[in-house]
Design a protein around this ligand. Structure first.
Ligand code: ATP
Length: 301
């Protein structure tokens, strides 16, 4: 797959403090890239640099292999974005808002406007003034506005913030449709792992301005391993049994009471060996290393 957007050592300082540090991001054509990180991690700042709303202190951005400058207007037209809260003319209808946006962008295409409204399922309410819209409807209208001009890359900053479960579900379907049916590339930021996990093809994890990891979801999922977790007050004795009685080497002592065993071993056999050696167990159970565990480890929580 072609990489359509690449950032090179992207860095931003505010008042002498780095809020984004040497970020190297790679977004492939047609994928949904989930940009995941806690509040204040630097997601919005990275997105603002990509869309030329903020100037990087260091580093640069390549879009379709071309290095972006302040004058890359033609390149910026190939991006659509919703960064921070979308603003509309409240007394105007959805359609009128789109018309105004089209005029401002020099894009006159009523068919594209109809398609965009249909895509976000607002075609039936396009005559209502926007002030009567729910947050979810406004969010969908913002997406219609951003996709109306058929951008190749759509950048959405925390699009699910404040939405109810139904609104989130509807938006998720819109994302999938844009990606699968329209071949659009999406960069979506969120601080909610469960949401990103459901739509993203690739995840970029950011904390304190540093991109910790960038990985395909398939790879993250395939790394989800099973392990046996045992909790005991006699962990040194337990480790002795694991190594010398059972010949196990792939285990991790998490804290003085918790041991995780990744080697293939039967639960029964393990239990028997420990009990025979007089190791008192509080619990012994089979577990899965989930994406959530991986996220928590990466974020250092
Ligand atoms: P959130 O989801 O809370 O918006 P974020 O990951 O998008 O978080 P940013 O908004 O990029 O994070 O902010 C990163 C850091 O940069 C924060 O500490 C923020 O206070 C700081 N910051 C952002 N904009 C400015 C600015 N204009 N001047 C000074 N500091 C700023």
């Amino acid at each position: 797959m072609t990489t359509i957007l690449r950032t090179w050592e992207l860095t931003k300082e505010y008042q002498g403090k780095e809020v984004v540090s040497g970020v190297n991001m790679n977004i492939k054509q047609g994928e949904i890239y989930g940009f995941l990180g806690p509040n204040g991690a630097g997601k919005t700042t990275v997105m603002k640099m990509i869309t030329n709303l903020v100037k990087p202190t260091e580093g640069y951005i390549e879009f379709f292999g071309v290095s972006m400058t302040d004058h890359s207007y033609e390149m910026l037209k190939r991006m659509g974005c919703i960064i921070e809260y979308p603003v509309f003319y409240d007394k105007l209808t959805a359609r009128e808002n789109l018309q105004l946006h089209g005029e401002y962008m020099g894009y006159y295409n009523t068919k594209a406007m109809d398609e965009a409204l249909e895509l976000v399922k607002l075609e039936g309410v396009d005559k209502k003034p926007v002030k009567q819209f729910s947050l979810g409807m406004k969010q969908r209208l913002a997406i219609a506005r951003a996709v109306m001009t058929k951008p190749e890359l759509l950048i959405l900053d925390e699009p699910i913030n404040g939405l109810d479960p139904m609104g989130i579900k509807e938006l998720r379907e819109v994302f999938r449709m844009l990606s699968r049916e329209y071949g659009m590339t999406l960069l979506i930021s969120s601080h909610i792992l469960g949401e990103i996990e459901q739509v993203a093809d690739t995840i970029g994890m950011i904390r304190d301005g540093i991109l910790l990891e960038e990985m395909a979801m398939d790879r993250i999922r395939s790394r989800n391993t099973q392990y046996i977790e045992l909790i005991t007050g006699a962990s040194s004795k337990a480790v002795y049994v694991l190594e010398h009685k059972l010949g196990l080497t792939n285990y991790k002592v998490l804290d003085p009471r918790t041991i995780r065993i990744y080697d293939a071993v039967q639960q029964l056999e393990l239990n028997k060996a420990l009990v025979e050696a007089g190791v008192e167990l509080d619990s012994l159970s089979k577990k899965n290393h989930s994406l959530e565990d991986h996220f928590v480890e990466q974020m250092g929580w």
